[in-house]
Design a protein around this ligand. Sequence first.
Ligand code: T4K
Length: 415
Amino acid sequence: MTMSPATKGNLRSIAPMGMDTPSIAPRKAIHSREDLAIAGATPAFVDPVHVGRPNIGDRAAFLSRVNDLLDSRWLTNNGPLVQELEQKLARYLGVRHVVAMCNGTIALEIAIRALGLKGEVILPSYTFIATAQALQWQEITPVFADVDPATHNIDPAMVEKMITPRTTGIIGVHLWGRAAPVDELAEIARRRHLSLMFDSAHAFGATYRGRRVGAFGRAEVFSFHATKFFNCFEGGAVTTNEDDLATTMRYMRNFGFETYDKAVHVGTNGKMPEICAAMGLTNLESLDAVVEANRANHRLYAEALAGIDGIHLLDYDPTESSNWQYVVIEVDRTFRASRDEIVAALHAEGILARKYFWPGCHNMQPFRELYPHAGLLLPNTMVVADRVIVLPTGTTLPPETVGVIADVLRVLSGA
Ligand code: T4K
C-alpha cells in the first residue's frame, strides 16, 4: 500500500478508546492520471466510504436501556428517557429548557411558529434546505441573505439590507459547527425589533466566545439525525431560556394538549420516541471520544492536503470548542480540475464526498420558482456553493481514505 507521506505513521493514532476505525487498504497506489478510476483503473475502495457514518456509543449500554424500556412498556409520549435526556442536555448546553422533538425539521417548524414569525424571515441560502422549508411550509417568505465567504456564515451587513416592513425574524445558521456572528445578529434584532433564532443543527458542543451554542437568541434548534455529531437515530430539540416559549412548544409538539382532553394550542406530532432518547443518552456518554476522532481526522487531512496548491481546508477557531464534524475544503478557480470533476473522481474511487450545500436553497424548488431573482443578491453564496467539497470523517473513517483523497487531488492538480 502506498500513501501520501503526510499520512504515514499517523494512521492508527486516530482511533479513540472504544471506537472502531476499520483499516481498509486501498486496492492500488495512485501516482498518475492512469491510476485514477475515472481513467478506467480499479476503484480504490470496494465498499463506499460515506461522507459520515453514524457515531454509535457503547452498544451494551444502549441495548440495556432498550431492554428496560421494553420491560416498562413506555415507548413514547414524553417518557422517562426523553425527560432524562432533556435534563442532561440542558445541563450540558447551559440553557434552561430543552424541548426534545422527533427531528430537527419539525423542531424548526415548531420554534418558528411558537415565536410567532410570519411575513418574511431572513436566513442564509447557504444551508441545508430544511431551514428554508420550515418557513415555506408555514407560508412564511424566506428572504435569503448572503454569506461571508471566509466563514460561510450569514453576513450581518447583508441581513440589515434585507429587512423590510414585513420582516419578523432572523434565523442564523451555525454552519459546519462554527458559530454564526451571534452578537452582531443580536444587535440588529434588538434595534429592529425582530426575533432572532438559530439553526444549530451542526453546532452541538461548539462554543461562541467561550459559551456553548444553545442559549443564544430567543431559541436554538438542534438536529440529532443519524449523520450528526450527536445522534438519536432521528431527533432534534429546541432550546430556550424563555419559560413561556418552552411551555408553548411542549404543547405544540403534542397536538396542542395541555392535559388529557384539553388542547390549548395549534399543534402537531413532534414527539421524540423513547428508543431515540435511549440512543441519545448513550451517545452523550461518548461525546469526548467522537470529538477526539473528528479532531484527529481533521489533523490528518490538514497534513495530507498541506502541499496541494489551490485546495484550502477550512480550519476551526483554536480559541473555541468544536465538534470537528465537518471537513470542508474549497477548490480555487486556479485548480486544474473543477470542483465537480474532483467530486466525480472521488466517487469513482468509492469515496462519497459531497457538494453540501450546492446549489444554495434559492436554486432549488420551490424557491427557484417562487423567488427567481434571489440569486442576484447572493454573489458570495454562489461562489462558495461552487467551491466547497465536504470530505468523509467520523469515528469509523478508514484512515487510509485521507491519503487516497490527497493522492487524487495531487494527481488532478497536475503536480
Ligand atoms: N438544518 C441543518 C443546517 C441541517 O443540516 C439539517 C439536516 C437540518 C436542519 C434538518 O434536521 P433533520 O430534520 O434532518 O433532523 C443529511 C441528513 O439527512 C440531514 O439530517 C442533514 N441535515 C444533512 C446535512 O445531511 P443527506 O441528504 O445528505 O443524507 P444522506 O442520506 O445522503 O446521508 C448522508 C451520508 O450518510 C450518506 O453517505 C450515507 C450516510 N448514512 C446516512 C444514514 C441516514 C449512513 O451511513 N447511515 C445512515 O443511517 O442529508
